[in-house]
Design a protein around this ligand. Structure first.
Ligand code: AHG
Ligand code: MN
Ligand code: MN
Length: 374
């Protein structure tokens, strides 16, 4: 661009289409797909900006596949994603938090080689209070691109199994955060980059190139109302943070909770921190609160590409093998050294090496507390 700014289109063409390996890796079309996703995000941003005047507040009087009440905006934003992305010949199928089954591209449109999983509106409890919400998306390639081109109707590339692949196979992931400004943060595997929407012109402009998460932090995010349901290693970590300067961490920590994973992850990408929605015993049948395919995986991809870590507590999220489209997973992500510490606490607990922390004497600094600051 003449003014030296980099738009999303220029970034994607430079990064994907003009790379010598682009055609051999068969990444053709990925930039066009991401431009369509960005178009969906611009439409959603415009809709959200209208607020209560847009007529989209309140319940849709329906329930999604998770048994959660759908807001009108959950349904409307899902529809925007589908309409913006189904026609372009780049996708074989889509999966969304708001659709129970795989959405195969209708037979009237050409089929492509990519799979799109998305949460069209994250943090929807924030809608009616004019709080920050977001959208999250993940892109996979069908295993054999020839399959999707060869067949017209529902086939292997558009079924559930096609989506059940570990997050490390994602070819792109991103989110939009609808705050005072709308930002698109994405990665195609060469770092995590942030674009700010220039509303009057409609361009996403690269404003945060190659985001890096600080390795250390003194800020954590967790819904503390669930404390009684947490496992001991998470209780231990949070207790040590709360103990502050007089505890074994010997420093004061700060806590935040926005109830939108997008907003929490965005803060962590901007200034570091740890976000946790860990395994808990509140609903024993559920592995965690957040969904693997369209929440945990894309966010973990972005976090790792920015130098952070994302784990379940016991394994890397991007290595988790999904079992169901809407399967859930515990999530602990953010600044590397803190996430490593929490992983160590899980290991020590599983090996029975942290007995002092599960005893009633465990509290602030005391004779019973070993020194973990070393
Ligand atoms: P969604 O609005 O897509 O259902 O996701 C909300 C998720 C996540 O974004 C957030 O971190 C968490 O739910 C908030 O959960 P609590 O209501 O337990 O705080
Ligand atoms: Mn969500
Ligand atoms: Mn949602």
């Amino acid at each position: 661009m003449q003014d030296g700014r980099t738009t999303l289109s220029k970034f994607l063409i430079d990064t994907l289409d003009r790379q010598p390996c682009a055609s051999t890796q068969g990444m053709a079309g990925l930039s066009a797909l991401l431009i369509d996703v960005a178009a969906a995000i611009k439409s959603i941003s415009a809709m959200l900006t209208k607020g209560a005047l847009g007529g989209h507040y309140g319940s849709a009087q329906t329930v999604n596949t998770h048994g959660e009440e759908q807001k009108k905006l959950d349904v409307a934003t899902n529809e925007i994603f589908v309409q913006q992305c189904e026609w372009d010949g780049l996708l074989a199928a889509m999966v969304s938090e708001e659709m129970e089954d795989v959405y195969a591209i209708p037979s009237g449109y050409p089929r492509g080689e990519y799979l799109l999983a998305f949460d069209p509106l994250d943090g929807s409890s924030n809608i009616d209070i004019n709080g920050v919400v977001g959208s999250i998306f993940s892109v996979l390639r069908t295993r054999d691109p020839a399959d999707s081109a060869a067949t017209e109707s529902a086939d292997e590339s558009a079924n559930e199994a096609a989506f059940l692949r570990p997050g490390c196979e994602q070819v792109a992931a991103g989110y939009a955060v609808y705050g005072p400004s709308t930002m698109l943060v994405l990665s195609v595997g060469n770092g995590t980059h942030g674009f700010t929407l220039e509303r009057d012109i409609g361009n996403f402009v690269l404003t945060h190139s190659n985001i890096r998460i600080p390795d250390d932090t003194a800020e954590f995010a967790i819904n503390a109302s669930n404390e009684r349901f947490w496992e001991p290693p998470v209780r231990r970590y949070v207790q040590e943070c709360k103990d502050g300067r007089s505890g074994c961490r010997a420093r004061d920590f700060n806590m935040r909770w926005i109830a939108s994973m997008v907003a929490e992850v965005h803060r962590i990408l901007m200034r570091g921190g740890v976000f946790m929605y860990p395994r808990d015993s509140k609903t024993p049948a559920m592995e965690g609160r957040l969904r693997l395919l369209y929440e945990a995986n894309p966010m973990s991809f972005l976090i790792e590409q920015a130098g952070g870590l994302a784990i379940t507590g016991r394994e890397r999220i991007l290595d988790v093998r999904p079992h169901a489209l809407h399967g859930r997973v515990p999530v602990i992500l953010g600044s590397k050294n803190e996430v490593e510490r929490i992983a160590r606490y899980h290991g020590e607990y599983d090996r029975g090496e942290d007995k002092p922390f599960t005893s009633p004497l465990f509290g602030t600094r005391s004779l019973f507390l070993p020194d973990f600051t070393a």
